[in-house]
Design a protein around this ligand. Sequence first.
Ligand code: HEM
Length: 421
Amino acid sequence: MPTLSDLDLLSLPLESAELAQDPLPWFTKARGVHPWLARWDKFGFVITEYTAMRELFGRDDTLRPPYADVVDTLGQQGTPWGRFTREQMISLPVDQHRLLRTAFAAKFTPRNANTLRPMMRETIGRLLDDWAPRGAIGGEIDFEEFASHFPISVMFTLVGAPHEGIALLREDLEAIGLAHSYQLDRFPRIQEGMVRLDRFVQDTIAERRANPRTGEVEDLLELLIRTGDEGNISHRQLTDLIMFFFLAGYDTSKNVLTYTMFTLLDHPEIYARCATDYDYCRNVIEEALRWYNPSTVARFVDTEFEYRGVTFPRDTMLFFPLSISGRDPGAFPDGERFDPERTVDPQHRQIAFALGKHMCLGQYIARAQLQEALHLVAQRMRAPRLTGEPGRRPFPGSWGLDGLPIAFTPGEAKVGVLEPA
Ligand code: HEM
């Protein structure tokens, strides 16, 4: 039986700006050489087919998260980012991860995400009050910058932190979010950001311990602190967990919102309907997550296994570009059509939030944020048009647009009816 390295595979330069600019043709070419595998010479192998991603990524028994190994590969041992990355939620031993996930899962249900919708709406409304009038004077805005303020403002509210700190921390999250593009020259700035994020979270916890919100509805920070105390979770672990929530929810949500706007520039009728049809925004966001999503996630083979007649040796690094999984013609024969009303085959759902035991805990919060944002943005930024060429972020890690210059006509808000998900 052949092992991975015996196969004739296309080498994909995942680190290159050309691939980040337009990844789909590269993956089409790769599938022409081998139907579900390619190579990334720098680090390992790439799963290129939707079905293989689904079947392999959930193999938590034979694959291990890559984060501890990546710290060594990048020579970041003993740095703030290196320490955090080795000890953060996805890297924890199985039993500790289960304890944390079970303890916090109750706060991340669809029902709980729905209770946050009024706050999300209020948050995006406030941002639009600031940004939408800029269209009135014929100016253009960078939609990516606008979008970047939204998830961080929601997180600040969720942990009850004063919003004055957002400006500085947003730049730090921006820098840290590029760590998994594996570009060494970014690390000095990433380390600076990690130190500040750590301090910010420790101060936030200390402030809340000194002033607990007794008698009020328990917010996310209160829940994390209480669950942490009950479960004997150390201060360090609690701090890391909250840091992780900030990092996990920031550029993922921002990139999806920005790319959704970019996609809808080519579909003005769909965009216009989002302004009036609140429920339709759900379909548009699901289709947008299929069309494009930010994540390429990695795993190492922990126990050698065989799959479709190929041996996967221990310690091989595997990349799962979930970002392009929804455009695999093998699973989505008409995938090049952006159609929010498509019938979704349960076997072929979008997998932007991954699979298995590390499947995104914040997925319902993320969906609710994106739906609320799209509904209000479509009302307040009417008839958007591109005024310049958007850049691209590096493909590995959290891909997306780097700047989206648009102009639009400012509109009035007519908030939709809050419906349960
Ligand atoms: C559109 C936005 C988002 C996308 C595309 C996304 C995607 C992902 C992916 C692909 C993973 C799996 C990573 C891996 O297995 O290596 C993940 C895990 C995770 N995400 Fe998200 N995420 C989003 C938003 C959020 C938000 C808003 C939060 C928190 C409020 C969040 C919290 C988490 C957590 C805690 C995990 C780890 C779960 C575990 O290990 O059990 N994410 N996310």
